[in-house]
Design a protein around this ligand. Structure first.
Ligand SMILES: [Zn+2]
Length: 569
């Protein structure tokens, strides 16, 4: 490929709309162009990167025994209703109607397609196990698309699905995929952690996230400095607090707290710490009221609550809900809840006593509220959002919260989809049995963005050679010098002959522009052919990752470039 004919107009300035390095650099380096919010065109350089990531994934999936298929993007809504995900995804699901008024969705994942597919064709125990995968564009109607490829509405994904006879088989399939995933991310040159995660709307049991460590990442994970605990913040469970010793129970007393509708205002008025307040957060779970009780200094982890009620949708109370049940927003106490309310409390509440909480009346609170005597709790569970410094559930050391970009997510689904979709196979004894499934996702466009977040500097991107758009760039520094042209063409031809993915920068541009572009676009190895070098019988070489420069005799320039490429990360 020649830069003179390559569709790649690099940008000198940082685009105003881009907030994170990957977005800035992928725009500036002419990898992508925006079409609308969260939707991009991949230019030739960007598509080359995606194709390389795709090649690595395809190799590893094929090696794992999975077979490639291609499923449609436009899907019937019925099967999404059958699994409960039409509601569970809510507005995030792209919905449309055809001319006959039939409801359809744009697939964000394909369990609803692949499950009946396999059940229709591979319905004997003799056909199992089987794993299939596809690499296809997926859709999510993000409320606020941002950060370029990191939170887009259209994204390229590899999704795989395993079908087994029993749980043991499912665990084995899961383990094979786990290994394949490690190899994929290693080969893509990512620095990542594998953490146990929340099942979310996909549901199921055991699941792991592959999180590429990145400062701008929106996906938080919790880690212990002792290295004995690693978890998604949404799934993380702090060590349950030590139960407090016998306390003298105060009587419950109602007090005036004028204008104090928030925890901070009550703390201010009463001079008691927020941790001694009992916060009652109201939710609606499929039409029924749910009260979540947590200490005043903690937030409710809504994901944990959603998981508990899944597939029933859970949402926070709105003003109308409070009015309808006669509750006073900002002053709800656990002793004045409707009889049919489900009352759940975090483990931290079990250890406390003499709580300050709402009095179920405007501008009124109570002190000395005690569980058992003044209010009851339907169940203790893990409800709080973990925070930096919470004790590690393994060793008690303060936990740290780190940022990352989730690039892969794998799940043991069990019969979560085979049951609602009635997907069965015939067992050896003639009975119909539900498939034990697993599903496995990788975001290719996310890998691309995460790689840039992890590997860039002031000058631009530093691609790992496995996914760089080209491995080597031959920079013709003086396009007006005939001898330099001849030598650059010769080196370019030799590198191509030797199987190197090489670009010749033969543009009619100043050398400085070409050097800047080579650094910005981030080719792992640069070979510079200039007038002075040619006169001296040498070329200049540069390893992008370290910036290290060296020289080689003209005659062996291609070999020197290959040797340098071998040392590139
Ligand atoms: Zn620990």
């Amino acid at each position: 490929m020649r830069a003179s004919t390559l569709f790649a107009r690099t940008l000198r300035e940082d685009p105003a709309e881009a907030e994170v390095p990957s977005h800035v650099l992928l725009l500036r380096g002419a990898f992508i162009r925006p079409v609308m919010s969260g939707v991009f065109t991949a230019l030739p350089l960007g598509l080359r990167v995606l194709r390389k990531i795709e090649g690595i994934i395809r190799e590893e999936m094929d090696a794992s025994g999975a077979q490639e298929v291609r499923m449609p993007i436009v899907l019937p809504a019925e099967s999404w209703r059958a699994t409960g995900r039409y509601e569970a995804y809510g507005d995030t699901l792209f919905k449309l109607r055809d001319r006959h008024g039939r409801e359809m969705v744009l697939g964000p994942t394909q369990e609803e397609v692949v499950t009946p597919l396999v059940a229709g064709d591979l319905s004997s125990y003799r056909d199992l196990p089987v794993s299939v995968y596809q690499i296809e564009w997926k859709y999510r109607d993000e409320y606020r698309p941002r950060f370029g490829l990191l939170r887009g509405r259209e994204f390229l994904m590899k999704d795989a699905y395993s079908f087994d006879r029993d749980e043991e088989g499912m665990h084995a399939s899961y383990a094979v995929m786990m290994d394949a995933y490690r190899r994929i991310f290693d080969r893509c040159g990512l620095t990542y952690v594998v953490v146990e995660a929340d099942p979310g709307t996909i549901g199921g049991g055991t699941n792991h996230e592959f999180m590429a460590i990145a400062e701008v990442g929106e996906d938080l994970y919790v880690t212990c400095p002792n290295g004995d605990y690693l978890a998604d913040t949404e799934a993380a469970t702090p060590r349950a607090p030590e139960p407090v010793g016998e306390l003298d129970l105060e009587p419950m007393v109602e007090i005036d707290t004028p204008g104090a509708g928030t925890i901070a205002e009550v703390v201010e008025q009463l001079g008691r710490p927020a941790s001694r307040m009992l916060k009652v957060v109201m939710f609606d779970a499929g039409g029924s009221p749910v009260a979540a009780l947590v200490p005043g200094d903690r937030e409710v982890n809504e994901v944990k609550l959603e998981r508990r009620f899944f597939p029933t949708p859970v949402r926070r109370f709105e003003d109308g809900d409070f009015e309808r049940l006669g509750l006073v927003k900002g002053f709800v106490g656990p002793h004045g809840l409707p009889a049919d309310a489900v009352v759940l409390a975090d483990h931290a509440v079990a250890g406390g006593a003499n709580w300050v909480t709402g009095a179920n009346a405007h501008d009124r609170h109570v002190t000395g509220a005690n569980v058992g005597r003044d209010f009851s709790v339907g169940g203790y569970t893990d409800l709080v959002q973990i925070v930096e410094g919470d004790p590690c559930p393994e060793c008690g050391e303060p936990l740290r919260i780190e940022r990352s970009i989730v690039v892969g997510h794998i799940f043991e689904l069990g019969t979560k989809y085979s049951a609602p979709l009635a997907a069965t196979f015939v067992e050896e004894d003639g009975t119909d049995v539900l498939y034990q499934m697993g599903c496995y996702g990788v975001g290719l466009s996310r890998i691309m963005a995460a790689a840039v977040e992890q590997r860039h500097d002031e000058q631009g991107i530093v691609w790992s050679k496995t996914i760089a758009p080209f491995e080597v760039v031959v920079v013709l520094a003086n396009a007006d010098d005939d001898r330099a042209v001849v030598e650059a063409e010769r080196i370019y031809a030799e590198l191509r002959e030797r199987g190197v993915d090489v670009l010749l920068d033969d543009r009619d541009e100043r050398a400085g522009v070409k050097f800047a572009d080579a650094d910005l676009i981030g080719y792992p190895v640069q070979v510079v052919v200039g007038k002075r070098g040619v006169e001296a019988g040498t070329v200049d070489l540069k390893l992008r990752s370290t910036g290290e420069r060296s020289q080689a005799p003209l005659a062996v320039a291609a070999t020197a470039a290959l040797d340098l490429l071998a040392t590139a990360p």
